[in-house]
Design a protein around this ligand. Sequence first.
Ligand SMILES: C[S@@+](CC[C@H](N)C(=O)[O-])C[C@H]1O[C@@H](n2cnc3c(N)ncnc32)[C@H](O)[C@@H]1O
Length: 187
Amino acid sequence: MDLQRALSFSRRIRGWYEECELEALWRMCSEAVQRHGILEVGCFSGRTSSLLGQFVRTLTAPVPLTFIDPFLPEYMKGFDILSAKAEFTWCLQKIGTPYRLIQKRTIDTTPAELPARIDLLHIDGDHAKTAVEIDCRVLLPLVRPGGIACFHDYGRPAFAVKAVVDNVCVDWTVIGTFGTLRALRKV
Ligand SMILES: C[S@@+](CC[C@H](N)C(=O)[O-])C[C@H]1O[C@@H](n2cnc3c(N)ncnc32)[C@H](O)[C@@H]1O
């Protein structure tokens, strides 16, 4: 019921996520989220961010929800990133879940800005090799043992997500690939 309501809201937000991927992301949250919370890289208009916000709202004890996105035209060429940010802000406000936006690229964040520990990491930012490597190097250590990392656009030939994730996450347990969402559990 919560999931159906969340889907009907989030699918109307601009974005690339297919319905089966949104469902899988929700399921991964249900499996992983305990008390440390969720970190997402790459929000755009908030299709996945709004799903995560709605998930947090279903919890009796709310958890921290953190987003990383520079929201700058040079990092999302060809798209109106300012209107995307406006839609992101609107939908998170409508949902009402408290959140923190770190408006930077992952490489520009400092350890003090990042959560010390997270239950679930969702990476959907810059899909170039160096950028995905940086996301992994900076953020995978924050995932608690038993926590889950999800990577969007895994296996799309135009992107380096699969190459980097297969290389970096060799010690992680593969949960599955849902559409192009790769989910792995930290051992
Ligand atoms: C594919 S979109 C995210 C889509 C979103 N998850 C959705 O549900 O529609 C990629 C986003 O990553 C952001 N981005 C680009 N480079 C980044 C970087 N180096 N670090 C963090 N975010 C970045 C862009 O501003 C853009 O909003």
